[in-house]
Design a protein around this ligand. Structure first.
Ligand SMILES: *[C@@H]1O[C@H](CO)[C@@H](O)[C@H](O)[C@H]1NC(C)=O
Ligand SMILES: *[C@@H]1O[C@H](CO)[C@@H](O)[C@H](O)[C@H]1NC(C)=O
Ligand SMILES: *[C@@H]1O[C@H](CO)[C@@H](O)[C@H](O)[C@H]1NC(C)=O
Ligand SMILES: *[C@@H]1O[C@H](CO)[C@@H](O)[C@H](O)[C@H]1NC(C)=O
Length: 559
């Protein structure tokens, strides 16, 4: 990616010079009568599964509330994907609802209802009723609110209707209506795919147990390619905006910004956009603005983010229209979650694509996106990908790394120097290569460090080593479509003493299956100089697309 290198990575080496002072002008654009109401009257579940505990729903106009789970027909397990996150799915289905408020026309109005649904796999699609004008309820842990009442469930409607484009609706809103109608068609197509109408694809057809729902994902991906448009705010100057690292463990920031800005998904017409991207890099902000001598060192960094959002919220109507719900930020940096708190709406409403998808820090899989941390030392994946077959992997399990965070000391305490087949090290001897060890091992341990994200998961997948995740409160990347259990092992911190027993308990046959799936899933984590379909850039975009499908915005006529 020449552009990425030139634009993004050159300054990275050269200038750490001055903190750019960002002059923001706030032109006051009064948009009269702009009121947007996001209806909470009804909803169609788009994605639902027992073990994919958050579901996609769309909020539709109309009175009835129906649901049909796309992932409803997948095989049966009872455990949630992510421990400590999903409420137990044994109540025959329960909806989780989150409410947000929108400021519109000077009044607070009940605005957005994003609904989560958990159903029993075998049960018919359930419909849900949600009270309309309840005030936001205080949260349970993880921000989910159970408010759904499953009695009087009407049959699922084959809801395919488009929004009537009322002639009374002001022209300014009709663009939004058209956009929403397109999204509604996409939702219908995705639901249709679940009922078994596989789509054609010249490159790749998702299939097999690595996906929760291969055909649902496939159709959703194709719909994204057909329709999805992202507006990237043009305001803001490099190096803090429109810029980010393309190498190092934060490489996803620069890669995504640059690739998005040059992709066909970008639209220059904000009226045609489904989502609005805030093109700052947290790594750049930290690099250029962070000063540890300053007493409150968060303040200047957070002010930068806040000033930017205030700028675009003043200049364009889109932020206020949804209070940030259709706005996207992306960060791989450890401080990304903290900087997203620069504005409460950014934290609560916006789609935050984060490497540090820590549910204890407010990461919400229903609206936020977990992206992988990928270490690209030279900005490229050359030489990182590939590894031998299972029979050429003599070591059972491997880890080497510093004692960051609370989990690793426990791991080392139990497993350092415990024989040939368990290679757990603080530091590798100088003559031993880290990646060679991964290629010789069947399992590679990926524990949290200071933060939940770590590049080890992707390194393991790249080298054909089955990842062993030891992380609390973590949502693995793209787990909205990928079933991590099919190609990785999850071990709780409490089970660290049983590590060897658990891994040797996995039969060679089962191991070979997992390892093959890990190799198959690799394409979704590959970083290509020019993005290729289904690679990490497109998967990130797809996860954002799914979150956007989950909300419905509509204008209120100002007559
Ligand atoms: C689903 O899983 C539960 C619990 O593991 C089991 O009792 C039930 O028989 C399973 N149902 C099907 C259809 O496999
Ligand atoms: C659900 O709704 C029905 C009728 O609308 C009502 O009778 C019932 O008490 C409600 N259940 C709960 C748990 O709110
Ligand atoms: C959005 O709301 C803010 C704060 O209420 C206001 O200052 C700004 O002018 C509004 N933006 C537009 C485009 O109306
Ligand atoms: C995740 O968030 C919790 C709560 O802020 C914090 O205690 C923990 O250290 C974070 N990171 C990890 C790796 O768990």
């Amino acid at each position: 990616m020449e552009g990425c290198k030139r634009r993004v990575c050159s300054w990275w080496k050269t200038s750490s010079s001055s903190t750019r002072v960002l002059g923001f002008i706030l032109p006051l654009m009064v948009v009269s009568g702009l009121v947007v109401l996001v209806s909470s009257k009804s909803s169609n579940w788009l994605f639902a599964s027992n073990y994919y505990p958050w579901a996609w729903s769309s909020v539709l106009p109309g009175a009835s509330f129906s649901s049909s789970g796309i992932y409803g027909s997948f095989e049966n397990t009872s455990s949630g994907l992510i421990k400590g996150f999903a409420p137990p799915p044994d109540d025959g289905g329960s909806g989780l609802e989150l409410r947000r408020r929108v400021v519109g026309g000077g009044e607070r109005q009940e605005a957005i209802s994003v609904d989560y649904n958990l159903h029993r796999i075998a049960a018919p699609p359930l419909a849900i009723e949600v009270g309309e004008a309840e005030p936001p309820v205080e949260k349970r842990k993880e921000d989910f609110i159970l408010t759904t009442n499953f009695s009087n469930v009407p049959p699922p409607s084959k809801d395919n209707r488009l929004l009537p484009l009322s002639s009374r609706i002001h022209r300014r809103f009709s663009n939004l209506e058209i956009l929403e109608a397109t999204l509604q068609q996409a939702r219908a197509a995705i639901r249709d795919a679940q009922r078994g109408n596989p789509a054609y694809d010249p490159d790749y057809i998702p299939t097999g147990p690595i996906y929760w729902n291969p055909s649902g994902f496939h159709r959703s991906y194709l719909e994204m390619e057909k329709h999805f448009k992202v507006f990237v705010y043009e305001e803001g100057e490099q190096p803090i905006f429109h810029n980010g690292p393309c190498g190092s463990i934060y490489s996803m920031e620069g890669n995504f910004i640059y690739k998005l800005e040059t992709s066909k998904f970008r639209t220059r017409d904000p009226e045609r956009a489904h989502v609005y991207f805030l093109p700052f890099s947290v790594t750049s902000i930290v690099h250029f603005i962070y000063d540890k001598r300053v007493h409150d060192h968060w303040l200047p960094m957070k002010q930068t983010v806040k000033d930017y959002v205030d700028l675009v919220a003043g200049k364009y109507p889109y932020w206020n229209r949804s209070i940030g719900s259709d706005h996207v930020m992306l960060s791989c940096h450890d401080w990304g979650p903290e900087l997203s708190k620069s504005l409460p709406e950014l934290f609560k409403n916006s789609i935050r694509a984060l490497c540090n998808a820590n549910t204890s820090e407010g990461f919400r899989p229903s609206k936020d996106v977990s992206i992988p941390e990928i270490n690209l030392p030279g900005g490229r994946t050359n030489g990182l990908i590939g590894g031998p077959s299972p029979s050429k992997r003599p070591i059972l399990v491997f880890f080497a790394g510093g004692l960051h965070g609370p989990i690793r000391p426990i791991l080392l305490e139990h497993w350092e120097n415990k024989g040939q087949d368990v290679q757990v090290h603080r530091y590798l001897p100088k003559d031993v290569s880290y990646s060679a060890m991964m290629r010789k091992s069947r399992f590679c341990i990926c524990p949290s460090g200071y933060e939940v994200a770590s590049p080890r998961m992707v390194e393991a997948l790249y080298t054909g080593c089955v990842p062993v995740l030891i992380k609390d409160h973590y949502v693995p990347p793209f787990s909205d479509v990928l079933n991590w259990k099919s190609f990785s092992v999850e071990i709780s911190v409490a089970d660290i003493p049983n590590l060897k027993k658990i891994l040797t308990g996995i039969s060679m046959r089962q191991y070979i299956r997992m390892q093959r799936r890990g190799v198959a899933v690799r394409r979704h984590f590959e970083v290509n100089l020019s993005p290729k379909r289904y690679d990490v850039f497109h998967m990130t975009l797809h996860s954002i697309w799914l979150r956007r499908l989950n909300i419905r915005l509509h204008g209120v006529e100002d007559s």
